[in-house]
Write a protein that binds this ligand. Structure first.
Ligand code: ADP
Length: 457
């Protein structure tokens, strides 16, 4: 979930909780106040009825009934009068709303009691009388208007809370988006910075807030990276010359000594061994420098229209020259007639190095020193497959062989430095392509270079 949604939800969650708690408190206190008001009104009615009943003799009960119905009475009001023995002396309705003898006893015991009867009827019981006689008057009614008010309040609170939640969510989203906007700008600028424009810096705004601090930190990091890249570039360009020159001089001198002392077998053997070691060192330093060059800066690669079949022919010729015993078969059967299908934008030299590595690996690790190469093209991609019937690579090692200096355990006796595939994979990815490998131990391997048409991204 993106951070601005998280912030908006947190904000809406907090506001919603506050709204729900306050709405509940308002509703509960209103319900309590309605109940108290109604009990007070019932109590007043009970006192009026009691004072009237005291002055009216038994013969005038009908008059009292009339007063009950004509006077401003409460909704569905019922008046009941009981004597000390719990016998009902008066009831203005034909039914009894569950006013039991226990309730009547409670009235005589406590003088005034509040009653919660069935079907939302509420009532009040009061005792009246004097030393000679006393009665319990129980008045009950339903607070129709009070309940209606409570219902309206409930609906208003629910609507208010829901609207509050929606508004707080929208407001949260709005403010989170506003607060994070500078962050998105920073991310956009950082995404546009690559090794080609490391000199660019982020705008640090007012220099006081967290975003400015983040931008300054990025700028400091970019400065360090730029410096490190510059040093690495300088190293690669100088080392290339400084490493090879002394090695070439040594090789030259060995050749001269070999010519000058033809009849000294022991010296000749030592000089030939020295020459072999120097050639190995030369090859290793060349590969290391090629890898460093390809890794330091993609802009080192030159971009031109390159014909893949021609690069492949050059690579095959170079391998055949260096290793005459290699048998390289090129399959033309799927080669398209259209020249444009075989053309890509890329660096010819780098692509040739990559193909030479794959060809020499195929021959080196195959039992008969042979490799089978085929090309397939479509309008969007070119696939070059290098298949050998060699020793194969265990599945568990397939993802490691492209790491620099990695060599499969069992192949340590076959000469190599473990740099060829690292360089090849870097070159192919520089060209926006990738390498697929299929291999089975004891049966052989197929390395397929897949190149897109829009190269050098
Ligand atoms: P090198 O060939 O100099 O050892 P690479 O980087 O070219 O280094 O290859 C790395 C490792 O991958 C090799 O040591 C070898 O174990 C394995 N490998 C590469 N190509 C093949 C192949 N065609 N058949 C079998 N193993 C291979």
């Amino acid at each position: 979930m993106v951070i601005r949604w998280k912030l908006a939800l947190w904000f809406a969650g907090i506001v919603s909780t506050i709204l729900i708690v306050f709405s509940s408190l308002i509703y509960l206190s209103s319900a309590k106040s309605r109940q108290n008001d109604f009990y007070n009104r019932l109590h007043e009615r009970a006192l009026i009825t009691a004072s009237l009943a005291t002055d009216i003799t038994d013969a005038d009960r009908n008059l009292l009934r009339k007063i009950d119905t004509t006077a401003v009475s409460l909704e569905q009001e019922q008046v009941m009068i009981f004597d000390r023995n719990g016998k009902m002396a008066y009831n203005n309705k034909a039914v009894n709303r569950n006013v039991t003898s226990k309730v009547v006893q409670d009235v005589f015991r406590h003088k005034t009691v509040r009653l919660q009867l069935a079907d939302r009827y509420e009532g009040v019981g009061v005792e009246y009388g004097n030393r000679d006689y006393s009665y319990a008057v129980v008045i009950s009614a339903i607070d129709k208007h009070g309940y209606k008010r409570m219902h309206n309040l409930q609906i208003s609170l629910i609507i208010g809370t829901v609207l509050g939640i929606i508004i707080s969510l929208l407001a949260g989203l709005f403010f989170a988006t506003r607060a994070l906007k500078p962050m998105s700008t920073v991310v956009g600028r950082v995404n546009n910075i690559s090794e080609k424009n490391l000199h660019e810096r982020l705008d640090i705004g007012n220099g006081r807030d967290e975003i400015s601090e983040l931008s300054s930190t990025f700028n400091r990091m970019l400065a360090r990276l730029e410096e490190a890249f510059a040093m690495q570039k300088a190293f690669v360009s100088h080392a290339s010359h400084d490493f090879r020159t002394p090695l070439t001089v040594m090789l030259g001198e060995i050749e001269v000594m070999l010519l000058q002392h033809p009849n000294t077998p022991e010296l000749t053997r030592m000089l030939l061994s020295l020459k072999e070691e120097i050639l190995t060192l030369n090859a290793l330093s060349s590969k290391l420098l090629d890898l460093a060059k390809a890794s330091v800066d993609a802009s080192n690669a030159s971009t031109a229209k390159v014909r893949i079949d021609e690069v492949l022919f050059t690579a095959i010729a170079e391998c055949s020259r260096a290793y005459p015993n290699y048998r390289i078969h090129l399959d033309f059967s799927e080669l398209p007639c259209e020249e444009s299908l075989l053309t890509v934008d890329g660096d010819e030299q780098l692509l040739k190095t990559a193909f030479v590595n794959l060809i020499s690996n195929g021959c080196k690790f195959s039992t008969d020193g042979s490799i089978h190469i085929s090309i397939k093209c479509s309008s969007s991609r070119i696939e070059v497959a290098f298949a050998d019937k060699g020793i194969g690579i265990p599945t568990s090692e397939l993802d490691k062989i492209f790491q620099p200096f990695y060599r499969v355990q069992s192949d340590k006796k076959i000469p190599g430095h473990g740099l060829g595939l690292a360089l090849t994979s870097r070159v192919i990815s520089l060209h926006g392509g990738h390498i697929d490998v299929q291999s089975e131990v004891g049966k052989g391997s197929t390395f397929t270079v897949v190149l897109g048409k829009d190269l050098l991204p």
